[in-house]
Design a binder for this molecule. Structure first.
Ligand SMILES: *Cc1c(COP(=O)(O)O)cnc(C)c1O
Length: 412
């Protein structure tokens, strides 16, 4: 049971639930001898480049296999991975791509960078993921693809999204930047749709500082992605032959070697996060005003890049989300607010103005008029805990719940 004592809150001068110096959270990243050996192996080989190297191609195979995919194309980062996916599908000017409004900007800036028009749709209040009904309502004759984001590491509703994509002859891209190891009905995400993309940026559950990957079960799409990643060359083609428009999105051998070592640690970390997340759920369910996303038995594994819940201020004496986060961090629990509605970012209005000018007003979109009630509510109410707090002990999990329960009690 949770301790709900009468101690003053840490923001009011009381002793924090958790002294971060005496009881630090698990450090991130986690590394050791294996990573050191991997980096030295590349260093001493003198082969630091993807071209002609063994680490990058080995990592592509190993990570694709890990995600139950046939083909992998390594690249510089998760943002580039989505851009590669968009270009591999030959999406560009005049095309529309449906994306959720509650996600990281890269999910929507990737179609934008290819000249396509991101069409935002609202998310589901129970799952925080793209709402399939809204997707269906947003389809027009110009729609080419849907980008499903597995936000926080919770798979989006792939049954419905795959059915919609098939019925309307659309591509389905999975932005799985937060979903390493996540499963939908026992199958890992990334190649459930046409193309899936991952990030290995520093905060992500598999990390080399930067890095990305495109996955697919479709060989010709994977070849197209490889070509775009490697300045438009073709596999087996000559060095100065460039049959396709591409760019340089090559990963280095250092990144790949580090990621191969990190991948060995991932299965055990996934288990630990899942166990701790289940326990945290049990504890948080008892606290008034904390609302957790609903459970879905089709999701057989979540990767918990972030542990998300909604904060209802009315059960906390009307204290704002900012006050709650200040109080929770003061108790020694790392926690943060989430995104802003993407359509409010000036980047999209800027893009729409340029497209309208380039097409003499044929393509127009007024992003500033959009209003997605669920997205806006989640932006105002959602709290994230970073993944590494789930890599500790049961006691660590109890500290999180104790701190939230103590704040709730003190404010009511
Ligand atoms: C991190 C992230 C990206 C971008 O990955 P980078 O490697 O940082 O470029 C894209 N989409 C989502 C949902 C992310 O969380």
């Amino acid at each position: 049971m949770l301790i709900t004592d009468q101690e003053p809150l840490a923001i009011d001068g009381g002793k924090p639930v958790r002294d971060r110096h005496r009881h630090p959270w698990p450090r991130w990243p986690i590394f050791g001898h294996a990573e050191e050996q991997a980096l030295k192996r590349v260093l001493n080989s003198g082969q630091w480049w993807y071209v002609g190297g063994t680490e990058g191609v080995s990592f592509e195979k190993e990570f694709a296999a890990f995600q139950h995919a046939q083909y992998g194309v390594a690249c510089t980062n998760g943002t580039a991975a989505i851009e590669i996916a968009i270009r591999a599908l030959e999406i560009g000017y005049g095309d529309e791509v449906i994306v959720p409004s509650y996600t990281f900007i890269a999910s929507a800036s990737a179609p934008l960078m290819a000249g396509a028009l991101p069409v935002f749709v609202d998310v589901d209040p129970q799952t925080y993921n793209i709402d399939p009904d809204q997707v269906e309502a947003a389809i027009t004759p110009r729609t080419k693809a849907i980008i499903a984001v597995h936000l926080t590491g919770r798979p989006a509703d792939m049954d419905r999204l795959l059915a919609i994509a098939k019925r309307h002859n659309l591509y389905l891209i999975e932005d799985a930047a937060q979903a390493h190891g996540a499963e939908w009905r026992g199958r890992r995400v990334g190649a459930l749709g046409d193309l899936g993309t991952f990030s290995f940026q520093a905060s992500k559950n598999l990390n080399a500082g930067e890095g990305g990957m495109v996955l697919s079960n479709n060989e010709s799409l994977a070849d197209a992605a490889w070509s775009i990643m490697n300045v438009g060359r073709s596999r087996g083609g000559k060095w100065y032959e460039h049959p396709f428009p591409g760019s340089n999105y090559r990963m280095t051998e250092f990144q790949a070697a580090l990621l191969r070592a990190q991948l060995q640690r991932l299965p055990q970390q996934i288990q630990l996060r899942s166990r701790n997340a289940a326990y945290l759920r049990q504890l948080l369910e008892q606290i008034p005003g904390i609302q957790l996303p609903i459970e879905d038995e089709r999701i057989t594994c979540q990767s918990y890049h972030l542990y998300a819940f909604r904060y209802h201020s009315d059960a906390f004496g009307g204290h704002s989300l900012e006050e709650f986060l200040r109080a929770l961090n003061a108790e020694g629990i790392p926690s943060m607010a989430t995104y802003r509605p993407l359509y409010q970012q000036p980047a999209f209005a800027h893009h729409a103005a340029r497209l309208a000018a380039l097409t003499n007003g044929k393509i127009t979109m007024d992003y500033t008029k959009l209003h997605h009630p669920v997205c806006e509510q989640l932006c105002a109410e959602c709290v994230w805990l970073p993944q590494y707090v789930l890599l500790g002990t049961q006691r660590d999990v109890e500290d999180i719940a104790t701190a939230i329960a103590r704040i709730q009690k003190a404010w009511t």
